[in-house]
Design a protein around this ligand. Sequence first.
Ligand code: ATP
Length: 508
Amino acid sequence: MLETLRSRFDPSEFALEEQAPVDSDPGPTSLKTPVVFIPGDGIGPEVTRSARAVIDAAYPHIEWLEHEAGQSVMLSDRSRGIPEQTLQAIADTGLVLKGPLGTPIGVGGKSANVTLRKHFELFANIRPVAELPGVPTRFSGAGIDMVIVRENVEDLYAGIEHMQTPDVAQCLKLISRLGSEKISRFAFELARAQGREKVTCATKANIMKMTEGLFKRVFEEAAADYPEIAANHQIIDNCAQQLVMAPEQFDVIVTTNMNGDIISDLAAGLVGGLGLAPSANIGQSVAMFEAVHGTAPDLAGRDCANPTALIRSGIMMLRHIGAFQAATSIEHALYATLEAGRHLTPDIAGTHPAGTTQDFTSALIDNLGLVSPSVPERPVSAMRIPRARASRAGSVARGFVGIDAFVEWDGHVDALADRLAKAIRRLPFRLELISNRGMQVFPENHATTEMVNHWRCRFFHDGSVGRQKEQQAICALLEAITNVCTWMHVERLQRFDDRRAYSKAQGE
Ligand code: ATP
């Protein structure tokens, strides 16, 4: 049954904006679109109930399948916070409208929100940021109208962390060509579908040349396939400044996961705050719609949370399933309600008397059918979810250079260097340098680095053994290091197409 219903929509088409009014006659009510509905934690049940009521009033063709996830689930069975039935229902329907999920402190579980995004490879996080009527801000009238496209599954959010020593922690930042290409192409496809003219890539490629640099390079390659759309790059810290100084310059911003997390909250603040900011998480087969805000426990159960963010996420969902008229109708009613300024929740009521979540919801439903002149008109078409091209790894010539070994050592660096040099004297390696927290401290140390007990020891291979003996040499090197100190992890130093594929140490 679900399959039949899903086949009404092509999952490779994703429309954020209006295309053709296809929902005037959605057919018999038995052909309702199944959507997994997760109330969530904190203010989640209040704002999701509101959004659901609004959607039902404008488009009574959704079959809501209510499922659990989040804090209560995590606390009851200490699991990852998402029951198997919930995962199955999402896989079956491909659609989710959800409230925020809390991560209880001290249980040791990962965020259920992040788990859901990763489980279904929801690689694109889309956050539209535009001024709303009746919500005065410091930036009112600046002409803010942008979409932030955030890579959603890679980067520091891969969640690979290790305590290296009792005093030093590490988090791996993983950026792939595949992930960077999919999100870059997604940003251009979105720009094309929404008639937007420019895509800005925001990275820290000047410092993280391998990771953020790969993202920037792949973005620039993808840009060549979209010649009608302007493409530029900004360093992320400058982008943050520009967002505050001249936000009207941005149209679409595409960026890595951690950068995107920060600047999308910043951008939400420009147009009225978290209570208004919607988002969509899009993958090849599942689309999940949720507010940007979290559980806001300070407001939970008080009937005062602003449901606008979730209602706007619901509008994005309706467009995603092709219910364009209903989406536009809710948007007009929302804008009309905000413009009228009555029954607004305390976060945006300003000088007006504040209403409750339920008052605001009822006012909005009463306003369905009104037309607001403030709703922006934008030429639109359906959007393709891009796939990445085949990997080019096979055609890259690789050369082995050596090994970075990260070790724990409590003594002086000269003593460490001396003992390592002796331990490896019969091996085809030489100790090139030692760094501490990235700063070279051996052989030369002109800086005033404060040392911790975690050292990167770089060994260059002298090239005297053939490739087959390389592996044995590495094992012998590790054994020799073990005789001196404890090693935590080892990185292979390589050249790709004769270009250095590892970073230099600071001061090297
Ligand atoms: P979590 O730990 O789940 O992220 P949090 O309270 O730390 O929760 P948010 O939920 O994102 O973070 O919210 C931060 C603050 O923003 C809240 O304390 C609340 O004051 C405000 N806020 C968030 N969402 C809303 C909303 N829908 N309506 C009104 N205010 C909100």
